[in-house]
Design a protein around this ligand. Structure first.
Ligand SMILES: CC(C)(COP(=O)(O)OP(=O)(O)OC[C@H]1O[C@@H](n2cnc3c(N)ncnc32)[C@H](O)[C@@H]1OP(=O)(O)O)[C@@H](O)C(=O)NCCC(=O)NCCS
Length: 163
């Protein structure tokens, strides 16, 4: 019988890296979102894993960023659900878990690079072109924000750096 359990992330494990390799491949290393995460300290990783009878089947991570050296936000990703567990709402559940984790850290917003068609279901919105600068190119249509503090989408602007 399937028994799913969720556990907060306290380390980037080899099992997580295997899931990243399987679904994102080596191309992930060239992505801007990966570069941001590379700059971050992994001493205290934040996120959630989902296990099916002790096998990792889903994961979401958050990276702490400061925008314009002032606004605390978290970059969400990677978000991955293994094929056999997709379309059961698990992806959206992990996004919501990540948002709740960011709230516990008093973040002003959660950012991510992804498809608006999916992430708008969790309340993410497209930000203005050029409003936030990441260390590399990003398709502006894919840079999305979930507002935690009031009017964050208009207030948070500037260069993003891992905190
Ligand atoms: C994207 C992903 C995390 C969704 O996980 P999930 O647990 O299946 O998500 P949910 O159950 O919450 O939602 C599934 C629905 O979202 C849709 N969906 C998935 N990816 C989508 C996308 N990029 N754009 C629009 N819709 C999308 C699915 O078709 C599905 O629709 P259905 O419910 O009508 O079948 C999972 O497909 C995955 O790990 N994909 C590979 C990694 C990836 O692409 N991550 C980044 C996404 S930008």
């Amino acid at each position: 019988m399937t028994k799913l359990t969720k556990t907060p992330i306290d380390a980037i494990t080899s099992e997580m890296k295997e899931l990243f390799d399987k679904h994102l491949g080596p191309g992930r290393f060239a992505r801007t979102a990966y570069r941001v995460r590379e700059q971050a300290s992994f001493e205290k990783p934040l996120g959630m894993n989902v296990f099916d009878n002790n096998k990792l089947v889903g994961t979401v991570s958050l990276t702490e960023l400061l925008i314009d050296a002032e606004h605390l936000v978290y970059l969400l990703g990677p978000l991955l659900i293994d094929e056999c567990h997709r379309s059961k709402g698990l992806g959206l559940e992990l996004i919501n878990d990540a948002i709740e984790l960011a709230k516990t850290k008093d973040a002003a917003a959660v950012l991510l690079v992804g498809d608006i068609a999916y992430y708008e279901k969790a309340g993410f919105k497209q930000i203005k072109n050029g409003q936030i600068k990441l260390p590399g190119p990003v398709d502006p249509a894919r840079l999305l924000m979930f507002e935690i503090s009031e009017n964050a989408i208009n207030k948070i602007t500037g260069v993003a750096k891992a905190n």
